[in-house]
Ligand binder design. Structure first.
Ligand SMILES: [Zn+2]
Length: 194
């Protein structure tokens, strides 16, 4: 049986309503094991940073949970329903794709926190310190709700990605091992959030 649908078959799929293919592309059909679920904000300025970061860690198959504020929804959601929604998405990722690892992320100048200028008076150090605590809270809440997960926490700014838990050696891309983290992350570098 041909894997290529005829125009007639595509019409039948839509119950007779004419479908028009506007972008031909072949997606893989095989199911996959999820390397990590990523809880992340939808701010597109950091999209390339995060994508390259995940690639550097060889996180190839990820379940991306993108919602305004990212890990804020687990730490300090505006509505409890946001936390429940995210937890349910993670549970679904576990059930459907065998996910055991969750990467929680926050980023600089996030509108969900009022932005860098308005929320932190332009003080990037204060913002980073605040977000480190938020990531801790998010990790604690996630672990309490779903025990047994491997939880990793990251702060993303305009210079790159910073681990706010103690990263395993395998997490560090080779070209960043010589780079010192900013002071607010150095101070507690030996403590793990999860
Ligand atoms: Zn954001």
């Amino acid at each position: 049986m041909s894997l290529v649908r005829t125009a007639q078959q595509e019409n039948q799929i839509a119950g007779g309503f004419p479908l028009k293919k506007v972008f031909p592309f072949t997606a893989p059909k095989a199911n996959y094991h999820c390397d990590a679920a990523i809880l992340w904000c939808f701010d597109n300025r950091f999209e390339l940073t995060v994508r390259n970061f995940l690639h550097s860690l060889r996180v190839i198959h990820s379940d991306s949970i993108q919602i305004a504020g990212g890990a804020k929804c687990l730490a300090s959601p505006d509505h409890d329903s946001s936390r429940e929604f995210v937890l349910q998405q993670i549970r679904l990722s576990m059930r459907l794709h065998g996910t055991t690892r969750v990467m929680l992320m926050l980023h600089s100048d996030c509108g969900a926190y009022g932005g860098l200028a308005s929320g932190f008076s332009g003080d990037s150090m204060a913002e980073a310190a605040h977000h480190r605590q938020e990531l801790q809270r998010a990790a604690d809440n996630l672990t309490a709700a779903i025990p047994g997960l491997e939880v990793q926490t990251y702060f993303v700014d305009f210079d790159g990605v910073w681990a706010t838990h103690a990263p395993a050696a395998k997490e560090e891309p080779a070209d960043s091992r010589e780079q010192e983290p900013p002071p607010q992350f150095q101070a507690k570098a030996s403590s793990s959030l999860c």
